[in-house]
Write a protein that binds this ligand. Structure first.
Ligand code: ZN
Length: 343
């Protein structure tokens, strides 16, 4: 993209039920039926294993940077395919070639893992970019700005949540169709580039223009980006040169998302509030060029970007696992479970 630590000792699905019951008893005398004041239906959710997801961030960083035309990019693609193939009902590979503001043309691949395609109901796509940025151009040290970004949070965190969702969906098929999309070539953009989206979002733009015909188009799209940051600030943290670094992990509402999909934004933030995930804050912060835009602009599909605006190590060489937190993955991952399983 451009632009209260509450981790329980074990991540139990039972917690959700207890929260739901407590809310029904304490706060919902006026709403009748089984819902809450904001219309959320309490549903028992599978467990989102945030530690297992976090291990996937570490695994991705072990491949090295996943920028275009790199060994890490190739290794990550092979690993995602071998991980997803046994889990998904169908895994669609979408290879393409494109230039970026940094050169090329390079070989790229989008992936779509399909679950419950025959089920009734709204088709949901949850996506994240899997490539990483070739240059750490926000690093406070000028000598580091030509180095690649390790991409633990920027790239790694969204993929980690999607892979954990895939494991869950394989065990407990969603009641409605779900696609998990892995966008290539998101993060090679450059300010001032004349390419669409300044050279960001190349993979998602390709997908929006070239939807693979064996499956129906999604009816709503949620993009996860920079969703693994520390929920408590480490005072020793290197602070990047981004204009407004967040002090801690938070998810404010992105304005293109709010304009294009206000009901979906409301619903997602309602679910997060119901589940007690305090990183989701109900204020609109600003506009971000990210993978939701091609689906809004090209395909006319309501799309929402869930993103931590400018975390401290954004586009620096310090975007490493030690600056990520399973709690962030848990908050976002469980909120996606709530959306998928019908809250
Ligand atoms: Zn980025």
């Amino acid at each position: 993209m451009k632009n209260s630590r509450l981790k329980p000792p074990n991540w139990s699905g039972r917690r959700v039920v207890l929260v739901a019951i407590a809310l029904l008893i304490a706060g919902c005398s006026s709403c009748g039926g089984g819902g809450t004041d904001n219309g959320i239906v309490p549903v028992e959710l599978p467990e989102f294993d945030a530690d297992r997801a976090f291990a996937d961030i570490e695994q991705q960083c072990d491949f090295g940077p996943r920028m275009p035309d790199s060994p890490g990019h190739q290794a990550q693609l092979a690993w995602m395919i071998s991980t997803l193939e046994p889990l998904a009902d169908d895994l669609i590979q979408q290879p393409f070639s494109a230039a970026t503001p940094f050169g090329g043309p390079y070989d790229f691949t989008n992936l779509i893992a399909v679950f419950a395609a025959e089920a009734p109901g709204t088709i949901t796509m949850i996506g994240a970019h899997w490539d990483t940025r070739p240059v750490a151009d926000q690093d406070p040290d000028p000598d580091m700005r030509d180095e690649p970004v390790p991409g633990a949070n920027d790239g790694g965190s969204g993929v980690a949540i999607l892979l954990e969702l895939a494991r869950i969906f394989a065990q407990e098929p969603p009641p409605s169709p779900v696609y998990l999309a892995f966008f290539d070539a998101e993060d090679s953009g450059q300010l001032g580039s004349s390419m669409p989206y300044m050279g960001y979002c190349i993979g998602s733009d390709y997908m929006a223009h070239n939807w693979p015909t064996p499956i129906e188009s999604p009816e709503r799209v949620i993009v996860l980006d920079l969703v693994g940051g520390q929920t408590e600030q480490d005072p020793s943290l290197v602070v990047g040169t981004a204009q407004s670094s967040n002090e801690y992990f938070n998810l404010r509402i992105e304005s293109y998302s709010q304009a294009a999909a206000p009901q979906l934004v409301d619903h997602i933030w309602d679910i997060a509030e119901f589940l007690g995930h305090s990183a989701f804050e109900r204020s609109v912060q600003g506009s971000i060029i990210d993978d939701h835009l091609p689906f809004i602009n090209t395909a006319g599909i309501p799309a929402v970007d869930i993103i931590d605006f400018a975390p401290p190590v954004w586009h620096t060489v310090s975007d490493t696992p030690e600056h990520c937190d399973p709690d962030a993955l848990y908050q976002v991952g469980e909120t996606m479970l709530g959306l998928v399983y019908g809250m």
